[in-house]
Design a binder for this molecule. Structure first.
Ligand code: UDP
Ligand code: MG
Length: 212
């Protein structure tokens, strides 16, 4: 069977809005593959011999955005890997375990975050993937700040779950990421979710978007 053409749902919202939590729910129920741009960057940062380790680490601590060539190539590689495995372990595991089958659907969490990300993504990916919609987890700054600080205190181990980095992440979010969400909204592609309630309540809204 030919490799599947990736179908993409972007997932955006402020830090601590629940993107990661809700993505893992969607994975369990609908067989999507979750690609967190932040997680891929943290992985690359820690990979032995990576030429980008220091650069990524500085951006993460400062809440600024890594150049798109790096992030987009990590996303591209991950999608290719999953799609080419469709006749191998990924689909096979699903068949044997009762897990929902992987059909080339990806959640791209935390990307595109600024103009540079969007331009670079378009340049590299147009025609290679199908963009479905953008899932937008909307919640006020106080809630997102409080959740991230809690996550830091609970030992997230992240270098950026402290008050100083968080303030910078929020500035980046409001200045650079919200305009990208607005751009997708102008194309009619944004599905907005109120991310303030509990994770279970939020998921009961989220899942409705994936039911058909
Ligand atoms: N990051 C980036 N480009 C991306 C995604 C993440 O440069 O496409 C960096 C950025 O510095 C960001 C950090 O990684 O502040 C953490 O991102 P993540 O999505 O993990 O944080 P979240 O929003 O989930 O709290
Ligand atoms: Mg995250």
């Amino acid at each position: 069977m030919a490799a599947l053409k990736p179908k993409v749902v972007f997932v955006l919202g402020p830090p601590g809005s629940g993107k990661g939590t809700q993505c893992s729910n969607i994975v369990k129920e609908f067989g999507y593959v979750h690609l967190s741009a932040g997680d891929l960057l943290r992985e690359e940062m820690s990979a032995e011999g990576s030429e980008y380790g220091q650069l990524i680490s500085n951006h993460i601590k400062n809440g600024t955005i890594v150049p798109v060539e790096i992030t987009c190539s990590l996303l591209d590689k991950a999608m290719v890997k999953h799609c080419s495995q469709v006749n191998g372990t990924v689909a096979g595991d699903a068949l044997n375990s009762g897990k929902p089958k992987f059909e080339g659907n990806f959640l791209i969490d935390g990307f595109p975050r600024n103009e540079n990300n969007l331009e670079g993504w378009k340049k590299a990916m147009i025609g290679k993937v199908e963009e479905r919609f953008m899932l937008f987890f909307d919640c006020p700054q106080e809630i997102s700040l409080e959740r991230c600080l809690k996550r830091g205190q609970a030992g997230s181990g992240r270098s950026d779950d402290n008050e100083e980095s968080l303030k910078k992440r929020l500035v980046t979010y409001y200045n650079d990421t919200l305009p990208i969400i607005k751009y997708y909204d102008s194309l009619g592609l944004v599905r907005r979710i109120n991310a303030s309630p509990s994770a279970d309540e939020v998921y009961s809204e989220v899942r409705k978007l994936f039911l058909n």
